[in-house]
Design a protein around this ligand. Structure first.
Ligand code: LCS
Length: 382
C-alpha cells in the first residue's frame, strides 16, 4: 500500500481514537503515576518512565522523520544530551560542529569533558575537518544544517558516508528544517534530534525535544532519560502534538515569507549581506535544493555597523519581537553575538562569521507585507 502523504501523517500519524471513550482528540494523561492493577508487567507505571500522551508524540515524529522509533524529552537540550549519553561515554571521542546553537556548543565544550568524553570541535562544511576528526577516532559526530545562525549548508550525504567508513555515528539536529523539509535519516544519519520547542510546537508555548533513530538505540536512550530525569510533561507533549498537525501549512508560509523578507533585506542599503539558502546566490543554494525540499523560515543578515546599530534597529521594531527562540508563528529577531551565541569565544564567533553586525530573524506566519514594513521602518531609522 502507498505510504500516506506527509500532511496526512502529520494530522493522523501515531494516533487512534481512545479505545475506552472514543475521544477523537489525543487524550491528555496529566498524571505522574498509574494505579498498578492485574496487568503484568504493567503498561504504564510512572510518567518519567512513559506516558500515553508522550508516546503519541514519539510515534508521530518517528513516522514523520522516517525512523523506527522516537523518544520525547523535556527540551531540545535534553534530547541532545540523552543521544550523546546513549552513544558515548568516558574516554570516548565526540566531534561537535562549532556552527551550532550556542547551548549545544557550550554543552560540548564545557559539560561533556566533565563527563569524561573527549570533545573535538570541527567544521563539517570542510571535508578535511570531518576526515580529521574521524581519523582522530571520533565515535559520534553532532551537527546542524543549515548552520545556526549563519545558515550555511552541510552536505549530509558526504559527512554520513565518511562517518560510516570509520564506523562513527552522526547525530543531526533537524530543528531548523523539520522533517517537512529535510530528513537526515534518509541521507545516512543514525540519529535525528529536535528542539520541539521550535517549529514542531510552532506556537512558542511549550518546551520539548525529540530523539529519533533505530529501536535499539532509542531503548538505550530511554534508559538514560529515565535515570537523568529529562521526561517531557504530558501537557507539553500534547501542545506539541497539536502543533505538529499544522506543521506543513506553517512551514510553507514561513518559507514563503522568509524568501520575501530575504529579497527585501537584500535591497536595503543598510544591509551588507543576507544569508538565506533560498536565494539563488547563496553559496549552498544548489546543495540546499538537493538535500532539502524547501528553504525554511530563518534569515540572517549583516547590518552595516555593529552591535549598537543592531540594537537600535531592533529597538525600532513593533511587530517583530526581540527574543531568543525561533520557529514561532510570531516573527522573532535576535543578536547572536550577545544572545544565543554569546557562550562562544570571540575568535570562534569571528571564524564562524558571527560578527557584531549579524542579526538572526525567525520569520513568522504574519502577512509578509507587515513584517517587511516593520523591518523597513526600523532599518530606515538606524
Ligand atoms: N537545537 C537548536 C537548533 C536550537 O535552536 C535550540 C534552542 C536547541 C537545540 C535547544 O532546544 P531547547 O532546549 O531550548 O528546547 N535554540 C534557542 C535559540 O535559538 N534561542 O533560544 C533557544
Amino acid at each position: 500500500m502507498r505510504e500516506k502523504g506527509f500532511s496526512t501523517r502529520a494530522v493522523h500519524g501515531g494516533e487512534e481514537p481512545c479505545p475506552v471513550t472514543g475521544a477523537h482528540a489525543v487524550p491528555l494523561y496529566q498524571t505522574s503515576t498509574f494505579v498498578l492493577g492485574r496487568e503484568l508487567p504493567p503498561r504504564y507505571v510512572y510518567t518519567r518512565h512513559g506516558n500515553p500522551t508522550q508516546e503519541v508524540l514519539e510515534r508521530k515524529v518517528a513516522l514523520l522523520e522516517g525512523g523506527e522509533a522516537a523518544l520525547a524529552t523535556a527540551s531540545g537540550m535534553a534530547a541532545i544530551l540523552t543521544s550523546l549519553l546513549a552513544l558515548a561515554g568516558r574516554g570516548e571521542r565526540v566531534a561537535c560542529s562549532a556552527a551550532v546553537y550556542g547551548g549545544t556548543y557550550s554543552l560540548a565544550r564545557n559539560l561533556l569533558p566533565r563527563l569524561g568524553m573527549e570533545v573535538m570541535m570541527f567544521d563539517p562544511r570542510r571535508r578535511e575537518e570531518t576526515e580529521g576528526v574521524l581519523r582522530r577516532g571520533a565515535k559520534v559526530l553532532l551537527l546542524e544544517t543549515p548552520t545556526n545562525p549563519t545558515l550555511d549548508l552541510v552536505d549530509l550525504r558526504e559527512v554520513c558516508e565518511l562517518a560510516k567508513e570509520r564506523g562513527a555515528k552522526v547525530i543531526v539536529d533537524n530543528t531548523l528544517m523539520t522533517p517537512y523539509y529535510q530528513r537526515p535519516l534518509e541521507l545516512g544519519a543514525e540519529v535525528v534530534v529536535h528542539s520541539a520547542t521550535k517549529y514542531l510546537c510552532g506556537h512558542g508555548d511549550a518546551l520539548g525535544g525529540v530523539v529519533v533513530g533505530e529501536e535499539g538505540f532509542i531503548s538505550e536512550a530511554r534508559r538514560v532519560l529515565v535515570l537523568t530525569g529529562g521526561a517531557i510533561s504530558p501537557f507539553n507533549a500534547w501542545l506539541i502534538l497539536r502543533g505538529i498537525k499544522t506543521l506543513p501549512l506553517r512551514m510553507e508560509r514561513h518559507s514563503q515569507n522568509a524568501l520575501r523578507v530575504a529579497e527585501f533585506l537584500r535591497s536595503h542599503p543598510r544591509v551588507r549581506r543576507v544569508r538565506y539558502p533560498g536565494l539563488p546566490d547563496h553559496p549552498g543554494h544548489e546543495l540546499a535544493r538537493r538535500q532539502m525540499s524547501g528553504f525554511g523560515g530563518m534569515v540572517s543578515f549583516e547590518l552595516e555597523g555593529g552591535r549598537e546599530e543592531v540594537y537600535r534597529m531592533m529597538g525600532g521594531l513593533e511587530l517583530v519581537k526581540c527574543a531568543v527562540s525561533l520557529g514561532d508563528v510570531s516573527s522573532l529577531i535576535e543578536h547572536p553575538a550577545s544572545m544565543t551565541h554569546r557562550a562562544l569565544p570571540e575568535e570562534e564567533r569571528e571564524r564562524l562569521g558571527i560578527g557584531e553586525g549579524l542579526v538572526r530573524l525567525s520569520v513568522g506566519v504574519e502577512d509578509a507585507e507587515d513584517i517587511i514594513e516593520d523591518l523597513e521602518k526600523a532599518l530606515d531609522a538606524v
